[in-house]
Design a protein around this ligand. Structure first.
Ligand SMILES: Cc1cc2nc3c(=O)[nH]c(=O)nc-3n(C[C@H](O)[C@H](O)[C@H](O)COP(=O)(O)OP(=O)(O)OC[C@H]3O[C@@H](n4cnc5c(N)ncnc54)[C@H](O)[C@@H]3O)c2cc1C
Length: 413
């Protein structure tokens, strides 16, 4: 019977342990926290977006960080395989808007506790509160060293995650282990992270959220990406779903360095002509009002002075006095509200870490190192990252499953 050692009990390490145990191996998991799946317990705004129901080809398209590397892992352990397994182990899931899959309990903490129970049921040895200090291979055996001593096994799986949200235990230790084994690290960058903007007017709008806007990120004349949906102004800049998605594009588009320009179309459903017609109608309806009150049907009131200032229109001007050229200027600003983005919030605040252990040195079929036999990788520690929607957890589960199975069934050298 093979003895598989796993460093890290996040989504990837947990699934690797369960797969290895089901494949007949003895499994020991080392986790520095006193619980398993600490990060999983805060995912999906506390609801845990486990995966998505879209075809696996779309998973790959929504994984800008080396999606194609996951093709084989998804072939072996897909979203439907995951849901079937979870059901067999006792966790029911439900599909919601956008194909997002959540536990029926709607509780990420329940998911974390569920996995703890399954790990115990499957006979996995859990070494909690054990921060692994080093891993090494000697005479064909793998050793995992922690303060409590060293443990020997036939294979070692590094599933230590990235460096985002370090309070959950993901502090990048696995990168050090990998580099010491000769692996290459691709530059770490924050992904799915808010943007920082220097403008006072942006900070002053802190707390204001906008729905159904289109935000486009530009580097000079090069369009980086464009997204439709919700965003929010904060005391440091901008955040929310569309901004997080744009940050992923910023992390992946080669030379796209900050500063960049963010252009917000507050009325993306209207053509230029319809926008002008709408303004004309509103200003006729409110002709006796001052401009700051004549736009209340159109915009949240906190945004009105910002738009007027940028259009060069006095807030106390009576709507009936507004020249046609100024109306065009307002229409333009409404569809091109521009702000400078000087950077992102720190990587610790990112939902995922882009970059990590180079996937060129890992077999996509088994997750085994191409450099060192019987060393495996799973999850975010590798140079993979995806958009929001359940794709990151599925990547962790699929690579964990593949690594765990391969490590349990590996041939002796
Ligand atoms: C706020 C937030 C919300 C998210 N929501 C979602 C979502 O809804 N859906 C989705 O798909 N993705 C989501 N993600 C992303 C997803 O959580 C991660 O991509 C995923 O958890 C990665 O799993 P992992 O097992 O590779 O790493 P991790 O979950 O980071 O687990 C790594 C584990 O290794 C342990 N470890 C590290 N070093 C050592 C060591 N030296 N010794 C022992 N143990 C060690 C850590 O303590 C940790 O438990 C979210 C992320 C965040 C931060």
């Amino acid at each position: 019977m093979k003895h598989v050692l796993i460093v890290g009990a996040g989504a990837a390490g947990i699934m690797a342990a369960l797969a290895a145990a089901e494949a007949g191996a003895k499994v020991t998991v080392f986790e520095k926290n006193d619980i398993v799946g600490k990060k999983m317990g805060i995912t999906g705004k506390g609801r845990c977006n486990l995966t998505n129901t879209c075809p696996m080809s779309e998973f790959i398209a929504r994984t800008p960080g080396n999606g194609k590397f996951l093709f084989s892992a998804y072939g072996r352990f897909s979203n439907t395989d995951l849901r079937a397994k979870l059901r067999r182990w006792g966790l029911e899931t439900v599909e919601e808007r956008g194909g997002r899959v959540f536990p029926v309990s709607q509780s990420a903490v329940e998911v974390r506790k569920f996995f703890y129970r399954v790990l115990r049921d499957k006979g996995v040895t859990l070494c909690l509160n054990e921060a692994v200090e080093s891993i090494y291979e000697e005479n064909g055996r793998w050793f995992v060293e922690a303060a409590a001593g060293k443990t020997a096994g036939d294979a070692c799986i590094i599933a230590t995650g990235g460096v985002s949200y370090p309070v959950t235990g993901s502090t990048g230790d696995g990168y050090r282990f990998a580099v010491l084994q000769g692996h290459t690290l691709k530059e770490l960058k924050p992904s799915l992270v808010p943007f920082v903007s220097p403008h006072k007017w942006v900070h002053d709008l802190s707390g204001l959220s906008l729905k159904n806007v289109e935000a486009t990120l530009w580097k000079g004349r090069k369009k980086i990406d464009s997204r439709f949906g919700e965003m929010i102004f904060t005391h440091f800049g901008v955040s929310g779903p569309v901004i997080l998605l744009l940050s992923t594009a910023a992390a992946h588009k080669g030379k796209a360095e900050f500063p960049m320009e963010l252009v917000i179309n507050l009325k993306p459903a209207l053509s230029e002509e319809k926008m002008l017609a709408r303004l004309k109608r509103d200003f006729e309806k409110y002709e006796r009002k001052q401009m700051e009150n004549a736009m209340r049907d159109l915009l949240p009131h906190r945004l009105i002075p910002v738009v007027l200032a940028r259009a060069g229109v006095a807030a106390d001007l009576q709507a009936s006095q507004l020249p046609a050229a100024a109306r065009r200027q307002i229409a333009y600003v409404l569809q091109n509200l521009q702000l400078t983005v000087t950077g992102t919030r720190p990587i610790e605040e990112a939902v995922v870490t882009a970059g990590g252990v180079s996937v060129k040195e890992i077999s996509p079929q088994t997750m085994e190192s191409k450099l060192v036999p019987h060393l495996y990788f799973a999850g975010e520690v590798m140079d993979i990252d995806a958009l929001t929607g359940g794709y990151n957890l599925q990547a962790a589960f699929s690579t964990g499953y593949v690594a765990g199975t391969a490590a349990a069934l590996q041939e002796d050298e």
